[in-house]
Design a protein around this ligand. Structure first.
Ligand code: IMP
Length: 245
């Protein structure tokens, strides 16, 4: 089974490719740009679930129209929820203070906003929802999270985004001080992906024998239909299989 990652975020691609290397059901992992095509899926849903499924569906349809109809499409929507900020930046984590604003500046601002917040109220979590679409059209979603504390200073050189201010209590270190291996073992993305890998490993039908519904859908030109992401999510019964962090 080949996977195409429905993201252009190089940091996510690197983490997801590393984590999927060991999965025996997966024969190869590419991202959108590896196909030589350019496509930016939209994320207008307002929840991690809606955004992840929107990215997966839009990318699957775009790739099917361009001949990539036999891959499993995997999308990730993730972010940081800070309780003292009412859950912000949440689903807007990538846009917080402007997409181009360096994370050193965003992280410094968050530390400033929380300057008077006592330790016990500095709770936060990284959340990741992975949506995947099998070549047969079957859809799945998985949610992972990790609980932590917003630090009072930025530390560490690893990871990306908000990792320098996210203190992982059991390590006594911020995420950016953990190695890639340590982060992937406990992170929101690692936990969501772990559930996806369990699903793949449990398939009793060899995945490559599925008929390719997505290709048929592209042929029938259903790609122009409006997709109701909320209905897809309702159909899947999400809340998904949440793994406590
Ligand atoms: P999106 O899923 O592309 O909408 O954006 C996710 C955003 O959440 C990233 O651009 C980061 O700002 C933040 N984020 C998600 N996962 C991580 C992580 O593992 N470390 C640090 N920041 C993250």
């Amino acid at each position: 089974m080949r996977i195409v990652l429905a993201t252009n975020n190089a940091n996510k691609v690197q983490e997801l490719k590393t984590m999927l290397k060991e999965c025996s059901s997966v024969s190869g992992v590419s991202c959108i740009s590896d196909t030589g095509l350019a496509f930016v899926p939209q994320e207008t849903g307002g929840t991690f679930e809606a955004n992840a499924m929107q990215k997966a569906v839009e990318t699957a349809e775009f790739l099917a129209k361009n001949g990539y109809d036999k891959a499993m499409i995997v999308a990730d929507d993730s972010g940081l929820e800070i309780d003292a900020l009412g859950g912000e930046p949440g689903v807007d984590s990538a846009l917080y203070m402007g997409r181009e604003t360096p994370y050193t500046i965003r992280n410094a601002r968050i530390i400033e906003l929380l300057a008077d917040v006592p330790d016990e109220k500095r709770t936060a979590r990284f959340v990741c929802v992975i949506a995947c679409i099998m070549p047969c059209g079957e859809k799945h979603m998985f949610r992972g999270k990790i609980e932590g504390i917003i630090a009072r200073e930025q530390r560490g050189e690893n990871g990306f985004g908000y990792d320098p201010i996210f203190l992982v209590p059991e390590y006594g270190k911020v995420m950016a001080e953990l190695s890639g291996e340590e982060k992937n073992a406990i992170s929101h993305r690692g936990r969501a992906l772990g559930q996806m890998v369990e699903m793949l490993d449990a398939q009793d039908t060899p995945l490559d024998t599925f008929d390719y519904e997505l290709a048929k859908r592209a042929d029938n030109d259903t790609a122009t239909e409006t997709i109701a992401f909320d209905e897809i999510i309702d159909d899947l019964g999400i809340g998904c299989d949440e793994l406590q962090g």
